[in-house]
Write a protein that binds this ligand. Structure first.
Ligand code: HEM
Length: 395
């Protein structure tokens, strides 16, 4: 099997994931690590944390503290999820939809009149950063600092998983840490605000999170909740810009958006694999995975497994098939409903204003590879500027 870094990811995830799946459901990879590529085997690994540990796999370089909840195994992990789940359930996240819609609308209105934009710099990067700042009660003026910290940290993840951080990444990690420590301490004093952090701080029961746990959560939120959404929006818009028949389904009927988001995540989700460490010798799909092996669960390849998804490389917004873009088992993405909402709101607000658009002349979108996530750094789009909307137009 080629090294992950050598896969033809930049030009064709279809080709890259086919190579992985054709190599077998469980394959021996780089430096004795193992990779799981079939949907069935991936789901099994994700649902058996006692065999495939996250705690050891997420002993992350660059983070001065354990990231809550991803770097824990059950039963510790179970307590974190119990505390956090209500905020991140479909019901819990619904309260944030108007805020997100307003943020997305403002960002799009900021460039729509130009008839062109860089979808990544103008929308996909700032939107999740502003959502994070709002949920944690931080000023929007801190946006560009937050983005710089996030970028330094994300860049310290290679295609094979975490790498030794550069001095700069470590320094940026320390700055972000200080920033969040100071903010949480101040908020502990002032209290009283109804944002996510305020509500978590208000929980003083035995179950409630300590300051260092809140810090671990905030840190993980920056790492897991910003670049993922940015990358997912970048590839989603690249696909829609290149395929008029798909984008017209959304422009014609906003009810198509939820199905479109699921399908775009299934086919081209930003997370290629999630890491685990085998706690003992495990036989999976007829292959031995020795105790202590670094195991990459290749959720993106598994989400295109033909055994689960007929004609897996064809994009069909009408599918209703479970996929693994958000992982599975106890660590299934805590922010999945939030992420879906960000993507839906961005697609709805965009297509309401700009139904017809295309890639700027000469642009061929390529994802950056090797990298920790599948995403496009810059996506220049052109379109006809929308007619001005009446000032009191509220969706
Ligand atoms: C399209 C966007 C996103 C994708 C594709 C995605 C994907 C994933 C995946 C695959 C996992 C599982 C990791 C594992 O099993 O080791 C995960 C975990 C997680 N994600 Fe997301 N994510 C996205 C957005 C977000 C957002 C916006 C947040 C903000 C809260 C978030 C927070 C988390 C957290 C806290 C975990 C750890 C859950 C746990 O360990 O119990 N994610 N995500």
């Amino acid at each position: 099997m080629p090294r992950l870094a050598d896969l033809p990811m930049a030009d064709s995830r279809t080709a890259a994931y086919t190579i992985l799946r054709d190599a077998g459901p469980v394959i021996r990879s780089w430096r004795g690590s193992r990779m799981i590529t079939s949907s069935e085997a991936a789901e099994y690994a994700l649902k058996h944390p006692e065999l495939f540990s996250s705690k050891r796999a997420f002993d992350i370089v660059g983070s001065p503290l354990a990231m809550v909840p991803i770097a824990f195994d059950p039963p510790e992990h179970t307590r974190y999820r119990r505390v956090l789940q209500p905020f991140f359930s479909p019901r819990g996240t619904a309260a944030w939809r108007p805020m997100m819609r307003a943020l997305a609308g403002e960002l799009i209105d900021g460039f729509a009149g130009r008839g062109e934009c860089d979808l990544v710099a103008d929308l996909a990067v700032p939107l999740p950063a502003q959502v994070f700042l709002t949920l944690f009660g931080l000023p929007l003026e801190d946006r560009d600092r937050l983005i710089a910290w996030k970028e330094a940290l994300v860049n310290s993840f290679g295609a094979q998983g975490p790498e030794r951080p550069s001095e700069r990444a470590a320094a940026m990690g320390a700055e972000l840490y200080e920033y969040l420590v100071g903010h949480i301490a101040r908020r502990r004093e002032t209290g009283g605000t109804d944002d996510l952090l305020g509500r978590l701080l208000a929980d003083t029961s035995d179950e409630g999170l300590s300051d260092s746990e809140l810090l671990g959560l905030a840190f993980l939120f920056v790492l897991a909740g910003l670049e993922t959404v940015t990358s997912a929006l970048s590839t989603a818009f690249a696909t829609l810009a290149a395929q008029p028949a798909l984008r017209r389904q959304i422009a014609a009927d906003p009810a198509a958006v939820p199905g479109a988001v699921e399908e775009l995540l299934r086919v081209d989700g930003p997370v290629v694999f999630v890491p685990r460490i085998a706690t003992r010798d495990v036989e999976l799909a007829g292959e031995l995975i020795p105790a202590g092996s670094y195991v990459m669960v290749a959720i993106a390849a598994a989400s295109r497994d033909p055994a689960e998804h007929p004609d897996p490389d064809t994009i069909d917004f009408g599918r209703r098939e479970r996929h693994l873009a958000f992982g599975g088992g106890p660590h299934r993405c805590l922010g999945s409903h939030l992420a879906r909402m960000e993507m839906r709101v961005a697609l709805e607000e965009w297509h309401r204003r700009i139904p017809e658009y295309e890639l700027a002349p000469g642009v061929t979108p390529r994802v950056t590879w090797p990298a920790g996530l599948v995403g496009i750094d810059s996506l220049p789009l052109v379109f006809r500027p929308p007619a001005p909307q009446p000032a009191d137009h509220v969706p």
